[in-house]
Design a protein around this ligand. Structure first.
Ligand code: DGT
Ligand code: CA
Ligand code: CA
Ligand code: ZN
Length: 575
């Protein structure tokens, strides 16, 4: 358990006690403890583990009495605290969300609960909208407005941020901190560095001769809404949109160990710690130790080398297959953006895209692509102005005419054919047979039961004119869950009929996800990574798809559109 996690527990206890109207002294004791623990550079986890009498040792920390020391010990040893569990049982869970609304302390939350029966964020919004909040004693119109603004933050704070959005924040923060006096190095860690599809919070590591200028600069970032905590070498801030950013300044000779530790994943680190223990070594964020002697820490390579391990690329540090691969000396050489030479799913103004055929071709060529498929929607997708057979054939003529004006790029006549709710495809076989490339996908009837929706996709895979299934699970991150498709059955059918499955590179889709892509690879099913671009900018999504593919351990060979188009065709023909 990290100090931060322990501090959070005490902070929650303080909030809940205050909400219940407990003695102010008692509340303050927990809040103080939370602050002291959050600021402490000494890992309490280690104090407890390394001491004969942790309760006594913990009491040496300012503000920690016997009672708190015992609670810390319990927390570290069991990962939970009965007192918190009890308090949480007494207060409705929805009320806890209210406590996290910026500008609304536990006291005010208690008043809202008692006077207006506000029990959830939705209740609170309603009460504000109806101006009932400003009527309360001690609130007023100003407070009501503050709460309304805080609500926006709270409503998004529970969501994890898309990697692509986090990436923008990372670049902005890097730029903002550039040239800070004494700052030698600044690197992102955590799930962002591992390329996870969504990010809980951002973790930065720095090396600096003096931590303060970097912290001052971060605090002054225009998007920073709040400094949550600041210690000697560590600070946490919250951005306006709710994202938390942690910055830790570490000594240069520990940088590698810290970067490794804070990159995670936690599960990966647990395996590492076990391996270190087996060799009589100790590994933590400061370095690798044999007894008292530090034997590595400056670089990640050094750290891994003490365990005879390669420096794993961050994307595969998930305790899935990487240790097995390392043991067998069979680490995959992961796919790279530069390997991608084609893009086989995109839209134009003929349906719901914003760019013309010619604009898409020019933009793809500027990106260095050797071939693209224009795959506009079929007629069932009415909200996208989908094409019927006649319009599609006409569209293909336009594609041919536009493509004739370009040299060095092949433009394929494709279609994204809808898989109908009742089964079957939205276009007849004779139309589909004239296409160079057909992706089939589900847009309607996504809430059908497992058998129905799976059967529809299997039927599409069986159709000899279908080349790939687009966004096979239909999920939209933070918005919509995957439909109930039986992926194993889809894999079986794709393998049987020699079809491809798409990894849709749109950062909100990333569908298939990393785990599913890895499973598809084990079944020998080629993955096609497509941007599904609806604009020229959308073609830039390829890198998000590649990142997800890397997390799945995919190599150039596993991905269809790293090949020349004539080789893709050969693969489609099963030769
Ligand atoms: P997130 O922020 O939820 O997207 O995921 P992460 O992986 O960035 O997690 P975070 O921010 O809580 O911590 C960053 C890394 O620090 C994590 O990947 C591994 C390391 N770490 C944090 N807490 C612990 C811990 O209690 N034990 C171990 N072994 N590692 C930890
Ligand atoms: Ca994180
Ligand atoms: Ca963090
Ligand atoms: Zn599409």
């Amino acid at each position: 358990m990290t100090n931060n996690q322990i501090a959070t527990v005490f902070e929650q206890i303080a909030d809940l006690l205050e909400f219940q109207g407990a003695n102010a002294f008692r509340v303050r004791a927990y809040r103080n403890a939370a602050r002291v623990i959050g600021d402490s550079t000494e890992s309490l986890d280690r104090v407890v583990d390394g001491s004969e009498d942790p309760v006594k040792e913990l009491q040496a920390i300012e503000g920690i009495g016997k009672d708190l020391a015992e609670k810390i010990e319990t927390l570290v040893r069991t990962g939970a605290l009965p007192m918190l569990v009890e308090l949480q049982a007494q207060v409705p869970a929805s009320v806890l969300a209210i406590l996290r609304v910026p500008g609304l302390g536990p006291k005010k939350a208690a008043t809202l609960f008692k006077e207006l029966h506000v029990q959830s964020l939705a209740d609170l919004r309603k009460a504000c909208d109806e101006h009932r909040v400003r009527e309360l004693k001690g609130f007023g119109a100003k407070t009501e407005e503050t709460i309304l603004r805080g609500l926006e933050t709270a409503e998004t704070a529970d969501k994890r941020l898309l990697w692509a959005v986090a990436d923008e924040r990372v670049q902005a923060i890097r730029e903002h901190l550039q040239g800070v006096p004494g700052l030698v190095r600044l690197e992102p860690a955590g799930s962002y560095r591992r390329g996870r599809e969504t990010i809980g919070d951002l973790d930065f590591l720095a090396v600096a001769s003096d931590p303060n200028p970097a912290m001052d600069r971060l605090a002054a970032h225009p998007e920073v809404a709040l400094v949550l905590a600041r210690g000697e070498t560590k600070m946490s801030v919250r951005l306006n949109e709710g994202l938390q950013v942690d910055l830790r300044v570490v000594p240069e000779d520990s940088f590698g160990a810290a970067w490794q530790y804070f990159t995670g994943s936690k599960d990966h680190n647990v395996v590492l710690r076990g391996m270190a223990k087996d060799r009589g070594l100790k590994i933590n964020e400061w370095g690798v130790y044999r007894g008292e002697k530090k034997i590595a820490g400056a670089t990640e390579e050094d750290v891994y080398a003490t365990l005879d391990l390669p420096c794993f690329l961050p994307e595969i540090r998930e305790a899935r297959q990487e240790f097995e691969w390392a043991k067998q000396g069979a680490l995959p050489r992961l796919l790279e953006v530069e390997d991608m030479v084609g893009d086989l799913h995109m839209h134009t103004t003929a349906t719901d895209g914003t760019a013309t055929i010619a604009e898409m071709i020019a933009a793809a060529q500027a990106r260095g692509l050797k071939y693209i498929a224009i795959t506009d929607h079929s007629k069932r997708v009415t909200m996208a102005n989908g094409l019927n057979a006649d319009r599609l054939v006409e569209h293909w003529d336009h594609i041919e005419a536009a493509a004739a004006k370009f040299k060095g790029i092949t433009v394929l006549k494709g279609v994204e054919c809808d898989i109908l709710e009742a089964g079957g495809l939205d276009l007849d076989d004779d139309v589909l047979s004239a296409a160079d490339w057909v992706v089939a996908s589900v847009h309607y009837g996504q809430s059908q039961p497992r058998e129905r929706i799976t059967a529809r996709i299997l039927e599409a895979l069986e159709n000899p004119h279908v080349d790939a299934i687009a966004h096979p699970t239909g999920r939209l991150l933070n918005k919509r869950k995957a439909y109930e498709v039986d992926l194993e059955a889809v894999f079986d059918a794709a393998a049987k009929y020699g079809k491809f499955l798409e990894l849709n590179a749109n950062p909100q889709r990333l569908d298939l996800d990393d785990v599913a892509c890895a499973a598809a690879k084990r079944r020998g099913i080629p993955i096609v990574i497509s941007t599904d671009a609806h604009s020229v900018v959308g073609l830039g999504c390829m890198r998000y798809g590649v990142l997800q593919a890397r997390r799945a351990g995919l190599t150039k060979e596993d991905v269809v559109n790293t090949r020349a188009w004539r080789d893709v065709k050969r693969l489609m023909d099963g030769s």
